[in-house]
Design a binder for this molecule. Structure first.
Ligand code: HEM
Length: 209
């Protein structure tokens, strides 16, 4: 298992797998099978996958610790970028196919419809994370600052779940399931952080002589 996870070739099938949801939408489009409301279908499919990839990305660290598989970290960046990729497709579908670049309509929606306001904020927060996801940016910002910045992924995921919860009319089970998953992932981090700081308190700085 360890050998498989550290193989440099494994990234290729994982990458192709992540493109699967887009492939399915493309295939259905080619076969004229995008339901009676194609724009709604694409918006929902891309929104669902943006949220799923956000949750999967956040699950990497807990899984590394629980399963004792540190190599899983190699896939975190790719998964996070796929979350951003599907969020971009989701946003573009709304911007181009739904709103036809009508700036006044877009602005009205962003300000007046609360589920759009939080969805838009969730999307905006992912932009600096995608930009600074490279090794060069980690070096430039320094590990600590980079980590602090990348904690924004939690804020983005929370806003995305609120976005989903506010847009559904009655079927609240799915947004609530995402909310529960996110809560478990957040709780895990808090427990690990608490345990770590209790077990390994920072050494008291040496007093000046
Ligand atoms: C990280 C960013 C975002 C995530 C993870 C996300 C996620 C989702 C999810 C899960 C759905 C529901 C899909 C379903 O019902 O199966 C959805 C629907 C939708 N989202 Fe987003 N979204 C994001 C950002 C945005 C942005 C920026 C906009 C537009 C400004 C937007 C507009 C919409 C619209 C119009 C719908 C469909 C609403 C309806 O059916 O009435 N989303 N989104």
């Amino acid at each position: 298992m360890l050998k498989l996870l550290s193989s440099k070739w494994l990234k290729v099938p994982v990458f192709l797998l992540c493109l699967g949801p887009l492939g399915i939408v493309g295939w259905r489009a080619l076969n004229g099978d995008l339901t009676a409301n194609p724009i709604e279908f694409i918006t929902h499919a891309t929104g669902d996958w943006a949220l799923r990839f956000l949750i999967i990305t956040l699950a990497i660290t807990p899984l590394r610790i629980i399963l004792g598989l540190p190599e899983l970290i190699r896939f975190r960046r790719m998964l996070g970028l796929f979350a951003f990729f599907y969020a971009c497709l989701h946003f573009s579908t709304w911007l181009v196919l739904d709103k036809f670049f009508d700036m006044s309509e877009i602005w009205k929606d962003v300000i007046k419809r609360r589920f759009i306001t939080v969805g838009f904020s969730a999307f905006l927060l992912l932009i600096p994370l995608a930009i600074t996801s490279t090794a060069g940016w980690i070096r430039r910002l320094g590990g600590k600052r980079w980590q602090a910045l990348h904690r924004l992924i939690y804020v983005s995921a929370i806003l995305a779940v609120i976005h989903y919860y506010w847009l559904v009319k009655s079927a609240i089970i799915r947004p609530l399931t995402y909310a529960a998953l996110l809560a478990i992932l957040l709780l895990f981090r808090i427990i690990v952080w608490f345990w770590f700081t209790k077990r390994h308190p920072k050494p008291t700085p040496a007093l000046p002589v």
